[in-house]
Ligand binder design. Structure first.
Ligand SMILES: [Zn+2]
Ligand SMILES: [Zn+2]
Length: 255
C-alpha cells in the first residue's frame, strides 16, 4: 500500500496542511486537505473517506471536493464513513444548507454526491483490498483511530487525534504493526494542555509506546503544531527511537 501524505500538520500555515492520508489513490483517512493539493482528476479517483472525528482540521476539504464534483458535473459520489456521532455533527453543523449546501441530498437522495455511512466501533469493513476497523481513542469529542489490514497482511494504525489511552493498544493485536501513524501536537511543557485537549507530547508519546507489547516496525508522527515544530523535533530526537519519522506534506509511506 502507498500512503500519500496530503497534509500532516496540526496547524495551518503556507505549505503546512491539515491531516489527510491518501491510501492507494482511492481512499483517505481524514479530509483536512484534498482539493487544494490534488488536481481534479485525482480528486475524482477518491471513493471513500474515513473520518476520525469532526474537528474542522480533519473535515474541511469535504465541502470543496463536493462542490467540485457538483460544478464539474462528474458522475461521481464519495462515501464518508465514521461512527454515528461524528457523522451527525457534520450533517448538523456543516452540510446543513447554512454553512454549506447539503450534498447528502444533491442532486437527489438516491444519487447524492456525499453518502454518510455509519461504522460500528471495533467492527471491520472491507474497502477494495483492505479491511478497516474503527477503534475508540481519547479526544475532546467522539473520535476513533483506524486499524487497516491489507490483503498482503500488512497492518497500519492511524490514531487521528488522541490523548493518553489505556485500552487501545491491546486491541491492535499481537503482531507488530507495520506502520503506526500517531499524533504529537504539543511540546512537553504543554503537557497539561495536551491532556485537557486530548493530544500527546513527546513524553506522553513515549509512555503510549511503552504500552505496546509488540513494538511497531515504523512510527510516523503527525499533527505537530508548527509553532513548536523545532522544540517538538528536538524532544522527539531525545527519545532516541530509531524507527521514528516526522511526517510532512508530500511524504510517501510505502507499507
Ligand atoms: Zn481534534
Ligand atoms: Zn486535529
Amino acid at each position: 500500500m502507498i500512503i500519500k501524505v496530503l497534509g500532516a500538520s496540526g496547524s495551518e500555515l503556507p505549505g503546512q496542511n491539515s491531516p489527510c492520508f491518501l491510501l492507494d489513490n482511492h481512499t483517505t483517512l481524514d479530509a483536512g486537505t484534498i482539493s487544494n493539493v490534488l488536481n481534479e482528476e485525482d480528486q475524482y479517483k477518491i471513493n471513500d473517506i474515513f473520518l476520525t472525528h469532526s474537528h474542522l482540521d480533519h473535515i474541511k476539504a469535504i465541502p470543496f471536493i463536493s462542490e467540485n464534483i457538483a460544478i464539474s458535473n462528474t458522475p461521481h459520489n464519495i462515501n464518508i464513513y465514521s461512527i454515528a456521532p461524528v457523522l451527525k455533527l457534520i450533517k448538523d453543523n456543516m452540510l446543513n444548507n447554512f454553512i454549506w449546501p447539503d450534498f447528502t441530498v444533491i442532486p437527489n437522495i438516491q444519487n447524492s454526491i456525499i453518502k454518510l455511512i455509519d461504522l460500528t466501533i471495533e467492527k471491520p469493513i472491507i474497502i477494495k483490498d483492505f479491511s478497516i476497523t474503527p477503534l475508540l481513542v481519547n479526544h475532546a469529542i467522539p473520535a476513533v483511530g483506524y486499524l487497516i489490514k491489507t490483503d498482503d497482511n500488512k497492518r497500519i494504525f492511524y490514531t487521528g487525534d488522541t490523548g493518553p489511552n489505556d485500552t487501545i493498544w491491546d486491541k491492535i493485536g499481537q503482531i507488530p504493526l507495520d506502520c503506526l501513524i500517531i499524533e504529537v501536537s504539543f511540546p512537553d511543557k504543554l503537557e497539561e494542555l495536551s491532556i485537557i485537549s486530548g493530544h500527546l507530547t513527546p513524553k506522553l508519546l513515549n509512555i503510549e509506546l511503552s504500552k505496546i507489547k509488540y513494538p511497531p516496525k515504523h512510527i510516523y508522527i503527525t499533527h505537530i503544531k508548527q509553532q513548536y515544530h523545532a522544540l517538538i523535533k528536538s524532544e522527539l530526537d531525545d527519545l532516541m527511537i530509531d524507527n521514528l519519522n516526522i511526517l510532512h506534506d508530500g511524504y510517501i509511506i510505502e507499507v
